[in-house]
Write a protein that binds this ligand. Sequence first.
Ligand code: OOG
Ligand code: NI
Length: 412
Amino acid sequence: MRRMTRDVALWQLRARFAATLSRMYGAEVPAYTTLVEVAAEVNRDHVERHGDAERLGSLERVTAERHGAIRVGSPRELADVADLFAAFGMYPVGFYDLRDAASPVPVVSTAFRPVDPDELERNPFRVFTSVLATGDARFFSDDLRERVERFVAARRLFDPALIATARRIAADGGTDSVTAERFVADAAAAFALSREPIDRAWYDELAAVSAVAADIAGVGSTHINHLTPRVLDIDELYRRMTERGITMIDAIQGPPRTDGPAVLLRQTSFRALAEPRRFREADGTVSEGTLRVRFGEVEARGVALTPEGRARYDAAMAEPDPAAVWHRYFPGTDAELAASGLAYYRGGDPTKPVVYEDFLPASAAGIFRSNLDRETRASDAEGASHYSMAWLSEQIGRVIYDPYELYEKAAQ
Ligand code: OOG
Ligand code: NI
């Protein structure tokens, strides 16, 4: 029988994975380091000035907290991602369909994250993961779909040995320290920006359909698209980044700033920066060029809403000026919010909000859009309706957790 060592637990692997990705991304995207510094300053100042600031998470947890985003080309690639992330105690939660957003993106997504409150407390690292919806004729003609699917099927994002190790670690619930070190390094390296030359004609053909499609299927590998720190005061962060001369997108996505309890998730980002990439031209020569794909995002998290609270949120956001009418939809204190059944609090105690751990499709589409140079063209062909949480779950052979069930449990 194989001897099983668990010197390093899954949550420790997850914490190391997040830290390794953060170092890597900081080296690749220097403005990220500025963002992390400013976020840490904002958090420190906020906790000094507000007695109850840590009710949504300790300064230590919030300042160390990150979410990443990756994009893959097929359900088979997503299944590998699911195997890999399970070794970090991260499981798929929720289903986001970004194809029908105001500015459509040809992907469907889930988020890999810890699901137990204890595990979230140890390290809440999560990765928003999108898969290209090649089966949607509004974006891909039959001919293009076939070529994209062939291209994606022929590439290999992850070494099979890495996935085999991940499966073993997940089954054992941990590993020895030597394996841990190599595994974390190899897993992070799979998300580094590749220096392999990009086929210019192929990339451009896809970019004409959708910049996101080109980023996913125009290249031979995947990469971390952004890594997002969490702040306790996102308006203050926005001001300080702007003061430092960093151009932020026009708006903070999600709920407006209000005097009442923060709900769900607010996000903003700085524009994608031109990064050096190599291209293979039609005549076979390789040239240096740049692509604007990766950006810096930052977020603030509030209390998780119940389905009823979420319906209110959606209604408030459909108003012309959500901030002006917010008080008609949401009470102004935690005590009232806890009593209203609109949000989750541990044991109903207004001092113990259950933090929102997931994403918002409209905000996600806004973040995608704000960082694209051109809008995606969706034709009026019939959209593919088979994409759903059940479909995704079947494709990757795993349960996809319903976020509301997780919040319900956390609140008890
Ligand atoms: C994902 C964009 C969505 C978020 O935080 O809502 C996202 C992507 O750019 O791949 O990360
Ligand atoms: Ni994000």
